[in-house]
Design a protein around this ligand. Structure first.
Ligand SMILES: Cc1cc2nc3c(=O)[nH]c(=O)nc-3n(C[C@H](O)[C@H](O)[C@H](O)COP(=O)(O)OP(=O)(O)OC[C@H]3O[C@@H](n4cnc5c(N)ncnc54)[C@H](O)[C@@H]3O)c2cc1C
Length: 373
């Protein structure tokens, strides 16, 4: 049976980050991705802070728009603008460039390869295995109708919000999930393409917010998040209503038409209780690293991916990867916990626009009050 140091499941930003940095350390890495191409399709608005360029070269060809500011619109229509330097990236191209950088660092990719089992050395099997987390060394995946087995010293689940690796390793997922419909629209009347816009209103985005993220002079990704238990209607219905009726935003869309329509999901409950069990590590959305308030998960997944690579490298000698759990909890834990706490406050305030208006300066990331307590 072939063997490698690290099998990474999922070629999204988190998986590519682990793959790149582990390969740079000289480890033999195989990335298994169930899709035929990296980044297809990727439900995402694609806002990334410029911080990401400390980890990857963000190729000009995947940057759709330079961003300088973020506008927040309250339910009453009043608004606030803050500095927020970043880019809107085209996720398909962005992910592809990350995969290219990981591949150039030495990682191997196997596309159209769906992981279906992890198990103990020589005992790989489909389905959950309570010992798999402790002793997993074999990965089983399906490719072109065949079942293939490979041995790995470490398995990284970077397989997104409904992580199969977490389930196979017996890791408890705590899963509150937001459902996010999004269009890319053309013909959008933007005041300033370098400003991303966020809209809060219980009638349009219950439990979350709506966004208009410019992808050019007259085009934007327009979407919103619905925290599942708060919503009785289909997510797309909320988005159509936002576009046609929101008192401030609707003027942007009078002559606009969607050229793409997607629905994605996001973990909004913060870090899982365990993100490392034996030699199985979870990274990115699989580990609950998307911010429970903003939904942003690209940067945290990439940062955690680098930490995973470093701790895998260190841990291989005595098969101890707990350093990953400790470092990630120290670095990302407080921020994610704060956001979770704020989301719980915000959830309670989605009863009416009056209460939402009042709590927003404490519960949304662009306000000082968010960071104060
Ligand atoms: C509508 C929407 C808008 C968003 N906007 C933003 C934004 O503007 N900025 C931001 O920072 N974040 C945003 N996010 C969140 C962001 O998309 C995620 O946090 C990010 O994609 C997480 O990266 P990841 O690599 O952990 O997981 P993913 O990008 O989900 O990648 C997981 C990969 O694993 C693969 N996979 C899954 N199961 C298997 C398997 N069994 N075998 C093999 N491969 C498998 C999948 O095919 C996928 O390629 C948004 C999310 C949504 C839904």
């Amino acid at each position: 049976m072939p063997s490698v140091d690290v099998v990474v499941v999922g070629a999204g930003p988190s998986g590519c980050s682990v793959a790149k940095f582990a390969s740079e350390k000289g480890l033999e890495v195989l990335v298994l991705e169930k899709k035929r191409e990296a980044g297809v399709p990727s439900p995402c608005a694609g806002y990334v802070s410029k911080l990401v360029s400390r980890y990857f070269n963000v190729d000009k060809r995947c940057r759709q728009q330079d961003i300088e500011n973020m506008l927040t619109v309250f339910p009453s229509g009043r608004s606030q603008v803050v500095r927020a330097e970043g880019w809107i990236v085209e996720r398909m191209l962005f992910d592809r460039f990350l995969a290219m950088q990981a591949a150039r660092a030495g990682a191997r990719f196997s596309m159209h390869s769906k992981v279906v089992g992890i198990g103990r050395d020589g005992a790989g099997k489909n389905g959950a295995d309570s010992d798999a987390g402790r002793e997993a060394r074999e990965v089983v995946y399906r490719k072109d109708g065949e079942s293939i087995r490979i041995k790995a010293r470490v398995i990284v689940g970077a397989d997104g919000v409904l992580s199969g690796v977490a389930r196979l390793a017996g890791i408890q997922t705590n899963g509150q999930i937001a459902v996010c419909p999004q269009y890319e629209m053309v013909g959008v009347k933007l005041d300033d393409p370098t400003t991303v816009e966020t809209y809060f209103d219980v009638d349009y985005a219950p439990g979350s917010y709506a966004w208009v993220y410019p992808t050019g002079r007259d085009s934007a990704k327009v979407g919103l998040g619905i925290a599942k238990p708060l919503a009785g209607q289909k997510p797309g219905t909320f988005l159509n209503k936002f576009i046609s009726r929101h008192p401030v935003a609707r003027k942007r869309f009078v002559d606009a038409t969607p050229i793409s329509s997607i629905v994605g999901m996001l973990p909004i409950n913060g870090l899982l209780e365990k993100i490392c069990v034996g030699n199985v590590l979870l990274v990115g959305d699989a580990a609950g690293m998307a911010d429970p308030i903003s939904g942003a998960g690209i940067c945290t997944g990439i940062i955690a991916g680098k930490i995973a690579a470093e701790e895998i490298y260190k841990g291989l000698e005595n098969s101890d990867y707990e350093g990953y759990e400790r470092r990630v909890r120290k670095l990302l834990g407080p921020r994610l916990e704060r956001s979770l706490k704020k989301r719980e406050i915000a959830d309670g305030s989605y009863r009416s626009n009056e209460t939402l208006e009042e709590v927003l300066p404490r519960t949304w990331i662009t306000f000082k009050g968010f960071w104060r307590d």
